[in-house]
Every structure is written in structure tokens, then in C-alpha cells.
Design a protein around this ligand. Structure first.
Ligand SMILES: [Cu+2]
Length: 341
């Protein structure tokens, strides 16, 4: 459909067709009812206009059948819109488990992206076609919004938390990337390109250039620099919870609640260790706060490292090209098998 309509963005992801069909349904429905209602208004205004100065209109009696029709039909239509829209929404915002994960940090006025294998990009994102890609997004400063019209996906980047987006590109090409939330003077310059590549080209791209340290490896170094390993490893005399196998699993807290160890939980616990204390550990927590001491990107490195300690948790499909890690040695990107279809 979009090739007939010059202002429609390209249709380049598995979601875009579904979004477009729904959009055209809504537009079609609106046009139909606009025409029907406006047409009837004009017709009735002419037909039933006052024709003589002394004319007295006949009293109107209710028409039950007509009323039922105009209640039932809009009810069915609005429920259709609700169900259809909700199903697209759920596909869009429920994250797939087997996706390639890429971290995104918004900043006035650029997008900084980092692949699990370590490659960094600014205002450019290279992804393979035919593979689900999940973005884990945050911002260093104000609210931004990550928007790729050709994929029909958009999500806000919110300070202090992670938001998620996924897409699967269906054809190779170069697609516009925008910031869709007014974020200051150079907001309009906060744009870039997504390059969707054939899987083989993507592997070549990943392998090209200087070999980079994987995100998890950077995180592991940082973990040691910040002395996290003094308390958070097996044998640290139970000073802090051991992090192996933590990510993606429920954690029992000392107040009786249970939380899921996801990116946001890890982030909060690093920045404010008093917020949620794991059952069986001292309150107040012994752990110092890292608020203001590490950058958003360093946080992501630590999180990638902690994720790499939980290979089963569905944490980011590193590509098969990523170096496998010897047991006990430096943990590689992570050991989830890349699902390269
Ligand atoms: Cu912005």
C-alpha cells in the first residue's frame, strides 16, 4: 500500500504491515462515517427544512430498531479496534526471548549504541535482517524517544530507567532513525540511520575494524576496578549476594517481597543498594552507593557482565562469532547460543 502513498514510510519490518493494515482500517472507517454522517446531515437539512412560515413539525416518535442498530454496530466496531490494536501493542512491547540485544544511550544530542560484542556506534545502527533485535534504551540527560518509522517502532528513553524495543528488519536497506521527543536546542539534529544488512554482511561488519572488547568483558573489568568482587563472588564470606545465575530469576527480599532480577533491578541496586535488600543480608546494606560515580554506559557494562553470569536467562543472543568463554576464565559476551536464522 505504501508505494502508492508517497508520504508513507517504507515497510521494512515484520510489524510494519500489521501496523499499516490497522492504520488504513482506522482511516477507512473514519472516512466512511464522516461521509455518511456529513452526507445525511446535508440531506436531512435540505429535505426537512422549514418550507412555510407557519409550518409546525410532526412530533418524533422513538424508533427502537434504529436505536439498537446504531448502538450495536459502533459497539462491535469499537471492540474490534480495541482487540486489534491491543494485539499489535502486545506483539510490539512484549520482548522476544531469543533476540540480539543492543544497548542504546540517548544524550543531547546523539544516540550512542553498543553491541554485545563491543562495537560502538553513534547515530548509526547496524542490524541483520531476518533476526529479532532488542534494544535496551536509557538516557544520560533528558527524555528522548527512539523512533524508526520504517519499522513502525518508537519508545521513549527515560532518565533513570530502561525501556525496551524490538523489531525484525525484513529487507536490507538504510532507514531513518529519529529522536521523536523534543529534547533541547539541537533536537532536530538527533537523527541517524539504521542499516539492515544480510546476515553474512552483518557478520563481516561485526568482524571488521579493530577487535573490540565485549560489553560483558568491559563490565567484568569494571566489576573488579570498583571492587564489587570483594563481596559479590562465591566465597566472599556472604558479605553480598552472589551474582551467578541471578539475572532473569526472582529474588526474595528481606521485607518478604519478591522481585525479578532484570536490568532495572540491577541498576537500582548498583545506584542505591538500600532500596531493595536481599533476604538474609544486613539492613542497612553494607554496599556503598554508586550514584553519580559511574556513567550510564558503565552501568550497562556491569549489567551485561552480570547477565553473562546467567547464561540460561535469555540474556542477549550473542552472535556465534563472539568468542566462547573458557570456564572460570574471563566470561565472554555471554553463552546464550546465537539464534541466527
Ligand atoms: Cu532527543
Amino acid at each position: 500500500m505504501q508505494q502508492w502513498i508517497p508520504f508513507m514510510p517504507e515497510d521494512a519490518s515484520t510489524l510494519s504491515g500489521r501496523v499499516d493494515n490497522f492504520y488504513f482500517f482506522l482511516v477507512g472507517l473514519s472516512v466512511f462515517f464522516f461521509t455518511l454522517i456529513a452526507g445525511l446531515e446535508i440531506y436531512f437539512a435540505l429535505k426537512y427544512r422549514r418550507q412555510r412560515p407557519d409550518e409546525i413539525p410532526r412530533p418524533v416518535r422513538s424508533a427502537v430498531r434504529l436505536e439498537v442498530v446504531w448502538i450495536v454496530i459502533p459497539f462491535i466496531l469499537s471492540m474490534t479496534i480495541f482487540a486489534w490494536g491491543a494485539s499489535i501493542y502486545f506483539s510490539m512491547y512484549r520482548m522476544p526471548k531469543d533476540a540480539l540485544e543492543i544497548y542504546v544511550v540517548g544524550k543531547q544530542w546523539m544516540w550512542k549504541l553498543q553491541h554485545m560484542e563491543g562495537q560502538r556506534e553513534i547515530n548509526e545502527l547496524h542490524v541483520p535482517v531476518g533476526r529479532k533485535v532488542k534494544l535496551i534504551i536509557t538516557t544520560e540527560d533528558v527524555i528522548h524517544s527512539f523512533y524508526v518509522p520504517a519499522f513502525r517502532v518508537k519508545v521513549d528513553a527515560v532518565p533513570g530507567r530502561y525501556t525496551y524495543l524490538w523489531f525484525e528488519a525484513t529487507k536490507p536497506g538504510r532507514y531513518h532513525l529519529y529522536c521523536a521527543e523534543y529534547c533541547g536546542t539541537n533536537h532536530s539534529g538527533m537523527i541517524g540511520w539504521v542499516y539492515a544488512m544480510e546476515p553474512a554482511d552483518y557478520q563481516a561488519w561485526l568482524g571488521g575494524g579493530a577487535p573490540e572488547e565485549s560489553l560483558a568483558d568491559s563490565g567484568e573489568k569494571l566489576f573488579q576496578q570498583l571492587a564489587c568482587n570483594n563481596c559479590h563472588r562465591a566465597g566472599a564470606r556472604d558479605r553480598g549476594p552472589v551474582l551467578d545465575g541471578l539475572f532473569g530469576n526472582p529474588v526474595a527480599l528481606d521485607n518478604g517481597q519478591t522481585v525479578l532480577a532484570d536490568e532495572s533491578y540491577l541498576r537500582e541496586s548498583i545506584l542505591n543498594s538500600q532500596a531493595k535488600i536481599v533476604a538474609g543480608f544486613q539492613r542497612p546494606s553494607l554496599m556503598p552507593t554508586f550514584q553519580g560515580q559511574i556513567s550510564e554506559e558503565q552501568l550497562l557494562q556491569l549489567i551485561a557482565y552480570i547477565k553473562s553470569l546467567s547464561p540460561q536467562a535469555g540474556a542477549g543472543g550473542a552472535s556465534p562469532a563472539a568468542s566462547p568463554s573458557p570456564p572460570g576464565g574471563s566470561s565472554g559476551t555471554n553463552s546464550q547460543q546465537g539464534n541466527n536464522k
